[in-house]
Design a protein around this ligand. Structure first.
Ligand code: CAA
Length: 368
């Protein structure tokens, strides 16, 4: 029985900060952000958004029948509760049946890749069932920090089923190593980051796991787009040229780091640039989660992937956004941080899937 990814979707908030605006405010040469880091924009969650609403926005368009889903894997490193899985809130918003199992997974930016493999194993062991795999994160490093320029927010959703229309996936090669490159203790809002060391750890994990092959693309986890150039340059074989690199960076550079989903934004970039034509082609996928785990696996597009490749919808997600002033960005992130500390909260606005209130720490959402 063939099991794999039947459909994939991404969601980014409708507001972003242009890095020219950030560079001017932080008195930094904009070339550092655009050429040195490789980013153009960072997405900013709107006042009604959190990881649950973004996950719902990413998931809803790929669910034809909620009753077909039997398992939900929710990967995040910006969880809203130490105990309750964010996926339980998502389960209600998506109107899934009560027999669905829901769990949350964490290992920095790697958990989504792990969730994908677990979901495939689950469906193989439960013939006829489907699993929803979702990640949602807000990458928040704080104002005036080296990581600020690499922030972002967004979600990825994938439907895992038998006879998948999009892609099949091979088990990967992993490399686990206890390193203090990036971690966020329970008491902190922002991660403790040794930026340069984290890049070394990423490249070490890539070296230990990479499998050479005849790939049209290798998608890399992209905490910032320039990381893909560094990763590609470190390879001793299967290197991509500038045009290929531009494709895998095309979506990420417009959004920033969405942690777990960042690798999959590279894949969305490939799908946008190839509405068809990659049938049967195998793409390399390198996932990295600080702390750390790296995994290299491959994904083969099916002969009918074009039938589940909604390029217009993917492009609309990027084009239908508005630019924020530096003041509006700072206000939005101050609101986000304050809200995440609140046990009681009433939302100032509600649109789409929305977090409308927090009551004694319990979150109240509104479906679309
Ligand atoms: N014009 C053009 N380029 C310029 C420039 C200018 N005026 N000024 C500087 N640059 C270049 C630098 O030469 C440098 O390029 P190289 O990396 O090729 O040498 C680049 O811009 C960045 O400059 P700095 O190294 O001085 O930047 P920094 O000290 O501000 O830190 C960073 C950069 C380490 C990435 C920092 O943003 C950071 O800590 N980010 C968060 C951590 C991170 O993303 N780590 C990645 C691996 S860990 C991971 O992948 C997990 C995850 O998701 C976090």
């Amino acid at each position: 029985m063939t099991v794999g990814i039947d459909r994939i979707n991404y969601y980014v908030p409708k507001t972003y900060l242009d890095l020219e605006t950030l560079a001017a405010a932080r008195n930094v040469d904009v070339a550092k952000y655009k050429r040195g880091i490789g980013q153009e924009k960072m997405s900013i969650p709107d006042l009604h958004e959190d990881i649950v609403t973004m996950a719902a926005e990413a998931s809803a368009p790929i669910i034809d029948n909620p009753d077909q889903i039997d398992m939900v894997f929710f990967a995040t490193e910006s969880g809203v509760d130490f105990s309750k899985a964010a996926g339980i809130y998502l389960h209600k918003l998506l109107n899934l049946k009560p027999t669905v199992k829901v769990i949350e997974l964490k290992q920095a930016c790697y958990a989504l890749t792990s969730a994908l493999h677990l979901a495939i194993d689950y469906v193989k062991n439960h013939p006829g069932q489907k699993a929803l795999v979702v990640s949602s994160d807000v990458a928040w490093y704080g104002f005036n920090t080296p990581g600020e320029v690499t922030q972002g927010a967004g979600a990825i959703a994938m439907m895992i089923s038998e006879n998948p229309r999009l892609a099949t996936v091979t088990p990967g090669v992993t490399y686990t190593s206890d390193v203090p490159d990036f971690y966020r203790p329970n008491t902190m809002d922002v991660p403790v980051v040794d930026g340069k060391f984290s890049i070394d750890c990423y490249l070490e994990a890539l070296k230990e796991t990479f499998q050479a092959g005849d790939y049209p693309y290798v998608c890399f986890h992209m905490p910032f787009a320039k990381m893909a150039d560094k990763a590609n340059a470190s390879l001793t074989s299967s290197k991509m040229d500038e045009d290929q690199l531009a494709v895998i960076k095309s979506v990420s550079k417009e959004i920033g780091n969405i942690y777990n989903g960042s690798l999959y934004l590279a894949l969305i970039g490939v799908l946008i640039h190839h509405p068809q034509g990659l049938e049967g082609k195998t793409i390399g996928m390198f996932s990295y989660g600080s702390g750390s785990i790296g995994e290299f696996y491959t994904l083969t597009l099916t002969p009918r992937y074009a039938s589940v490749n909604p390029v217009d919808r993917y492009l609309k997600g990027l084009s239908e956004r508005k630019s924020l002033s530096i003041e509006a960005y700072e206000k939005a992130m101050n609101h986000y941080v304050k809200r995440e500390h609140s046990l009681d909260y009433q939302a100032p606005l509600s649109q789409g899937f929305a977090l409308v209130a927090i009551e004694k720490g319990h979150r109240i959402y509104k479906a679309k």
